[in-house]
Design a binder for this molecule. Structure first.
Ligand code: HEM
Length: 479
């Protein structure tokens, strides 16, 4: 059953009725990483349902660039759709081109410096709240940072403290509810009137109301606040049609989800890996000391933060936050010489290809220096933390900017070490996160004066400029 030297076959060990549900449920990433040994296109079963897993970069590329035949679909997308509706990440191919065209301007490179300004302010505020010698829950802290940032970039208009806080809380409750649904996907359990289910439903309703209210306020004011919501309200297609209320709501959720659930684990894993590899951390200290001299990183610093970038790339290789994606064939087709009827489920996981020893020698080793000059020449489909083809992540540059600014600024000021004896485990949920990540934070230059973008209130208060003065409205609401 092969096509042009491509190996196609079933994964061993399927149990009657369960198929491969046990290894996939217990140690999903190990199970996935074991599949290339059985072929380039490997068939696994979950209960009676067959899934076709792509283990070869060429096949990954073929599938991702043909989004008409391999459309979004499958259990994870269905779950995300319950919250993000028909937003850019979940909509089917027939709606995608229009949505992508409308939303692309929000992520144009020209907008990055202004987004970066908001990022530096939030990073500065976070670092000011750290205490020398304390133990920090790194994952929770990074979640808070990226969630604040997502909220600020979506709704830059002045939100009072209470609204900002409640928005964040609702988002948190919706995320928690989604995670639970992912782990317990049986609909009957999700309909029971448990505290968790009630909180999820209430938070989702409140968020809908908030977005509707903000939309009405923005429309009434007729002002471009320079944030994502303003762009969503302003965009028009060739027929002069804008996004409907429902579409605006779905995009807000999509950006929030995309913006917070991915960059937080990326930053957490980067800090974890640096804590475990003091020699790399030492070199990174030299880089950030030379470039930043203790201040918060800004957009113009990024080209000089080469090792920071390589650490981020290597973390994305080892722990790609999005670890499993599915596609459903819209028609009967052939892949690797193998016939797939319409409705077949195809799985791609960046984790599988990123851990292949023939593509990344000694794949479990953390080695940022893999990402030298010629790394850009990697074959297609080999490195896909942001996907590929028409459905490639729209927030890639935004995310890399955020991660670079945050990592460089943290490392410039603080040294993070794992607690003695503490080991973290991977928890593959919607994204692959550490199960928990307590680390001790130590100030690197205890005597040094703070040189930073000054702090502002964590929730909703105005930010301040370098002299500690409140920023002018127009400087803060930069996009
Ligand atoms: C480290 C951070 C991030 C990672 C690893 C990541 C990863 C991905 C991946 C793998 C996809 C493709 C999914 C598929 O093929 O089914 C994707 C799509 C997407 N991401 Fe990201 N993402 C990140 C950050 C962001 C940010 C910051 C945003 C928005 C602010 C965002 C918004 C989106 C959207 C809207 C899509 C759908 C694009 C489309 O279908 O046209 N992501 N992301």
């Amino acid at each position: 059953m092969t096509g042009a030297g491509v190996r196609v076959g079933p994964a061993p060990g399927a149990l009657p009725l369960l198929g491969h549900a046990l290894p996939l449920g217990r140690r999903p990433l190990d199970f996935l990483a074991s599949l290339p040994a059985h072929g380039d296109l490997v068939r696994i079963k979950l209960g009676p349902v067959p899934f076709h897993v792509l283990c070869d970069p060429d096949l990954v590329h073929q599938v991702l660039v043909d989004d008409r035949t391999y459309d979004k679909g499958g259990a994870i997308f269905d779950l995300v759709r319950t919250v993000a509706g028909n937003g850019l990440a979940t909509c089917p191919h027939r709606d995608h081109r229009r949505q992508r065209r409308l939303l692309q301007p929000a992520f144009h490179r020209d907008r990055l410096p202004a987004y970066a300004r908001v990022m530096s302010l939030e990073i500065s505020a976070m670092l000011r709240s750290w205490t020398d010698g304390r133990s920090l829950d790194v994952l929770a802290t990074m979640n808070e940072l990226t969630a604040s940032l997502a909220t600020r970039t979506l709704f830059a208009a002045e939100l009072d403290d209470a609204t900002f806080g409640e928005l964040r809380l609702c988002m948190h409750d919706v995320m928690t509810g989604m995670m639970r649904r992912m782990l317990l996907p049986w609909t009957v359990l999700n309909r029971l009137p448990t505290t968790g289910n009630r909180r999820f439903v209430r938070a989702r309703r409140r968020l809908r109301q908030y977005v509707a209210q903000l939309t009405t306020d923005y429309r009434r004011a007729g002002v471009d606040h320079g944030d994502l919501l303003s762009i969503l309200l302003a965009v028009r297609d060739d027929d002069g049609q804008g996004l409907t209320e429902a579409e605006i709501h779905d995009q807000v959720f999509t950006f929030y989800l995309g913006g917070s659930e991915t960059t937080a684990p990326l930053l957490s894993w980067s800090l974890y890996l640096l804590g475990r590899h003091p020699a790399v951390r030492e070199r990174l200290h030299e880089e950030v000391d030379a470039v930043l001299a203790g201040r918060i990183a800004e957009h113009d610093d990024i080209p000089r933060l080469g090792l920071t970038r390589r650490v981020i790339m290597e973390t994305l290789r080892l722990y790609p936050p999005g670890w499993l994606f599915t596609r459903v064939t819209t028609r009967a087709t052939e892949l690797a010489g193998h016939r797939l009827p319409a409705g077949s489920i195809v799985v791609y996981s960046p984790h599988i290809v990123h851990h292949r020893a023939d593509l990344f020698p000694d794949p479990e080793r953390f080695d940022p220096d893999r990402w030298g000059e010629d790394a850009g020449r990697l074959a297609r489909g080999v490195f896909t933390p942001f996907g590929s083809g028409a459905r490639k992540c729209i927030g890639e540059v935004f995310a890399l900017t955020e991660a670079t600014l945050a990592l460089a600024s943290i490392v410039a000021r603080w040294q993070l070490d794992p607690l003695p004896g503490a080991h973290t485990r991977l928890l593959p949920r919607l994204s692959s996160t550490p199960r928990s990540l307590p680390m001790t934070v130590r100030k690197r230059h205890p005597g040094a004066a703070e040189r930073s973008v000054p702090a502002h209130g964590r929730t909703g208060s105005k930010p301040y400029d370098e002299q500690g003065q409140p920023l002018e409205e127009e400087r803060w609401q930069t996009w």
